[in-house]
Design a binder for this molecule. Structure first.
Ligand code: GLN
Length: 207
């Protein structure tokens, strides 16, 4: 059994937990320091990066989480989670902090405001026309991997060492990996395909 912690200070926590449990992980919510013990992977969900930044500081979790991610724990950051992981944030609030561990420049709300939210097919690199076997409704089916973009950050550029794993519109980078860190500018947990979580869990299982 492998243990995954989902940062649960705010944001879209429960949908991540549902998918991770469906895929066989034991999941706990991270709200305090002691929740970080014995984890094989962590998820930083979408929500509001400025609020996360504040709550990470007040809960004393900012530095400890930064340390375990930089030490190599498999990590999945989605949407605000991507913002928190990135080295440079454009259009951030001046007091907003990020861990700065993913070599990427991201622009907050780069895909527009809430009203411009959309769902799109993710063009996965090195895959069969973006169709992947994924675990849905208790069986594997070949489906298109989709993501929901909600006040989503735009990945403006990535630095050396960052692999582009997925795009939309054949040019916008929306899914990346740098060593132990996976990040998406979209919410994969809302559209209920499990591909993104499976890739993260594969890394967590390998340790
Ligand atoms: N725009 C939000 C932020 O800056 C992120 C939105 C989301 O996570 N869906 O944190």
């Amino acid at each position: 059994m492998f243990n995954i912690g989902v940062l649960a200070l705010q944001g879209d926590v429960d949908a991540h937990i549902d998918i991770l449990e469906l895929l066989g992980a034991r999941v706990c919510k991270i709200t305090k320091l002691s929740d970080l013990h014995g984890l094989d992977g962590i998820v930083i969900p979408g929500g509001e990066s400025t609020t996360f930044s504040m709550l990470l500081e007040s809960s004393g979790l900012f530095e400890p989480i930064k340390k375990i991610v930089s030490d190599g724990i498999p990590t999945l950051g989605t949407c605000a989670g991507l913002i928190l992981l990135s080295t440079k944030v454009l259009d951030g609030r001046s007091d907003q902090k990020s861990f700065g561990l993913l070599n990427a420049v991201v622009k907050r709300n780069g895909f527009g405001r809430q009203i411009s939210s959309f769902v799109d097919k993710i063009e996965l690199q090195d895959s069969n026309n973006g169709e992947e076997a994924t675990y849905i409704n208790e069986e594997y089916q070949t489906v298109k991997v989709t993501g929901a973009f909600i006040r989503a950050p735009k990945i403006v550029s990535v630095g050396p060492g960052v692999q582009v794993l997925g795009t939309i519109l054949q040019k916008e980078i929306v899914y990346v990996r740098e060593k132990n860190i996976f990040a998406t500018s979209f919410h994969p947990e809302i559209t209920r395909n499990t591909f993104i979580h499976e890739k993260f869990l594969d890394a967590a299982k390998k340790g």
